[in-house]
Design a protein around this ligand. Structure first.
Ligand code: ARG
Length: 652
């Protein structure tokens, strides 16, 4: 059920023979901004009139004469210079909704041409805990993944975790020299953070006293990603050697997560640092050597690496579980390591890559900076792995589309990557960077905790849940008949409300803009928030409990729908538009299209509920008709929120 598509199909037929390229006119069939001009509007008569050298109103009439719409619409009207106003027939709306009632897809037909999509999202660098910056990729990617599946595409969700970067050199060095095995057993994450931070501090010290040579090394490494204007939140000192093959725009390592406070206390003080610094004079080179050893297959480093990865994966897995996010595959960067030499050899053999200053580069037309696929020292890079990943994905799944849900700061990387993929002959697959903006604090700067460290995602979730718990308790206490929820129920509801708030706040923003993170706003009971939507859902559901009505009977044999009042009709119209909102979202992979639709739906429902008594309707026919509208509203809200990865609650 998608009225806009249906109207466009009819216009296509009518325009055949009138317009040269009728399909190009179809964008001009749109939803009306103002109900006075009907439900939809078609505005192609004006541009067509120019081409045909005929008066626009005459062209509009000619289109109407050829339109076969009488089963869907009231007779179309011409307004102003030649707008065609369309109003759906009430009996058509009612018939659509009665069909939807008896259908677990709510009448949304599966796509006619299913395609295979790979959605590459979340993809944190696992030597570090997840932080607020990972919310966006995870939440936006998951919503896209769920919606594509629902409309009938074949989808593979792949978490391309960063498990091979140079930050492991730091951890390996720290592990070998500073790890307190007892502390690691007690709290592996905290101990990893401590040693990471310690090594990091030593590197920092050394780079401050380092010769110009090392400074040059770093400067050159950084220039590989010149588009990466490190945000203000990047606390990496300029001398951090690990920056060489970090993903462009990637966040800083393990030391600056939510446990940063604890780690900071544990890290060495100035005197101790002084001593350690003397004891580890060439730590910069040593760290690089540890990474190189790992990359060359040193069994001991491999074993330690595995142990570290296991800890990190467990930690991240727990967050995914709370977020309700699952992946079909988690193929990290390390998975592609064995394939890199062949990819590079192929680039060389086909004359695509060339040597430049000792590094192997691909120059792409129209992009000034080359993509480096092998450094002077022989090391491969983030970009090399991404090329191998494309080769692997094409062989294994033959996707039609690969979506990369990644920070906007990596846009140059993806432009280069996609161009090189085309040079390699992958020109059929649609490669797309679904980029997004930065999460800002209420001061308008990249989101941080007061201590200046990025807040760990797990702690962020805890904080949202704690704030939600207060709201849930207040609302429950304020119930007319006294509180209804047990402490366990309250806790469960708070978890769902808190997590939903974080997700929805992100999804309801235009993904390409930065957005301001505010617990207060995201948990507000009114406005376009998850909390409002969840309450709206629970309120609709409560009608059935109150009236002792089993919605199942309304679904299996839907009663006639009476749409005589403006509010009932407006709600019905909104309900039939569900499929339309999904198409709108997927047209440019913007979940805020779906949140906006759901918010409109909830508002239409409120207006309906205020003016139309449901359980106390004048007669049985009206009562059943309104109950069906209620049930469809609840189901549409539930399905829409589910596609956004948000759970509803039957009671709140
Ligand atoms: N690990 C990278 C980062 O944190 C993101 C990877 C995105 N996916 C990809 N195929 N490059 O910046």
């Amino acid at each position: 059920m998608n009225p806009l598509n249906e109207l466009r199909r009819r216009f296509l037929r009518a325009l055949n023979g009138l317009a040269d390229r009728p399909e190009e006119q179809l964008d001009l069939v749109r939803r009306s901004q103002d109900a006075r001009f009907g439900d939809y509007q078609a505005n192609m008569a004006m541009p067509l009139a120019k081409a045909l050298r005929r008066p626009p109103r005459e062209v509009a009439q000619a289109i109407i004469d050829r339109l076969e719409l009488s089963d869907i619409c009231e007779p179309p009207e011409i307004a102003g210079p030649g707008f065609i106003n369309l109003r759906l027939r009430n009996d058509w709306l009612a018939a659509q909704l009665r069909q939807a009632a008896n259908n677990d897809r709510l009448g949304v037909a599966p796509v006619e041409q299913p395609r295979t999509y790979i959605v590459d999202f979340s993809a944190p660098n696992v030597a570090k805990p997840l932080h607020v910056g990972h919310i966006r990729s995870t939440v936006i990617g998951d919503a896209i993944n769920r919606t594509l599946r629902f409309v009938g595409h074949q989808v593979i969700s792949d978490n391309h975790v960063g498990d091979w970067g140079t930050q492991f050199g730091i951890l390996l060095y720290g592990w070998r020299h500073f790890l307190d095995h007892e502390a690691f057993r007690r709290n592996p994450v905290l101990e990893l953070i401590r040693v990471y931070r310690l090594v990091h501090q030593l590197l920092e010290r050394q780079s401050q006293t380092e010769t110009k040579d090392a400074a040059n090394v770093v400067a050159r490494d950084e220039s590989e990603f010149p588009e990466t204007d490190e945000p203000a939140d990047a606390s990496l000192p300029p001398g951090e050697p690990a920056s060489a093959d970090r993903a462009p725009g990637a966040e800083q390592p393990i030391d600056s997560d939510g446990a940063g406070g604890a780690a900071a206390q544990l890290a060495a003080g100035p005197a101790e640092l002084e001593d350690l610094s003397r004891a580890h004079p060439n730590i910069n080179a040593a760290v690089l050597a540890e990474t190189a050893k790992l990359h060359h297959g040193d069994p001991e480093n491999r074993r330690i690496w595995q142990e570290i990865i296991d800890v990190c994966r467990g930690l991240i897995g727990h967050v995914y579980q709370r977020l309700g996010v699952e992946f079909d595959v988690t193929l990290g960067e390390s998975f592609y390591e064995p394939m890199l030499p062949e990819v590079v050899a192929n680039l060389v053999a086909r004359g695509i890559a060339q040597e430049s200053h000792g590094a192997l580069c691909v120059f792409v037309e129209g992009i000034e900076t080359p993509m480096i696929v092998r450094k002077q020292d022989g090391a491969f890079l983030y970009a090399t792995t991404d090329l191998a990943t494309i080769v692997y994905r094409m062989n294994r799944w033959r996707p039609d589309v690969i979506l990369y849900v990644v920070d906007h700061r990596q846009s140059l990387h993806f432009r280069q990557l996609f161009a090189v993929a085309r040079l390699l002959g992958y020109d059929q697959v649609d490669l797309r960077h679904i980029s997004f903006g930065t999460v800002l604090g209420e001061d308008g700067r990249p989101f941080k905790t007061r201590s200046g460290a990025l807040l760990g995602l797990e702690r962020l979730l805890d904080e949202a849940v704690a704030q939600a718990a207060r709201i849930v308790a207040e609302n429950d206490d304020a119930k007319p008949g006294g509180p209804e929820l047990s402490p366990e129920q309250r806790a469960q509801i708070a978890e769902a409300v808190g997590i939903a708030a974080i997700k929805y706040a992100d999804l309801s923003q235009n993904r390409t803009s930065d957005y301001v993170f505010s617990f207060e706003k995201m948990l507000a009971m009114t406005g376009n928030t998850a909390t409002y939507m969840q309450y709206a859902y629970a309120r609709v559901r409560s009608i059935f409990a109150k009236g002792g009505v089993d919605p199942q009977s309304l679904r299996s044999s839907p009663p006639p729908l009476l749409l005589d009042t403006a509010a009932e009709r407006a709600l019905a119209l909104e309900l039939v538009r569900f499929g339309e909102s999904l198409d709108l979202m997927l047209a440019d992979f913007r979940p805020n299209q779906l949140t906006a639709y759901l918010y409109d739906l909830a508002n239409c429902y409120s207006a309906f509920f205020e003016s139309c008594p449901v359980l106390r309707a004048e007669n049985d026919r009206l009562r059943l008709s309104r109950l069906l509208l209620c049930d469809l509203t609840a189901r549409t809200l539930q399905k829409g929120l589910e596609l956004l990865g948000i759970n509803v609650l039957e009671r709140m």
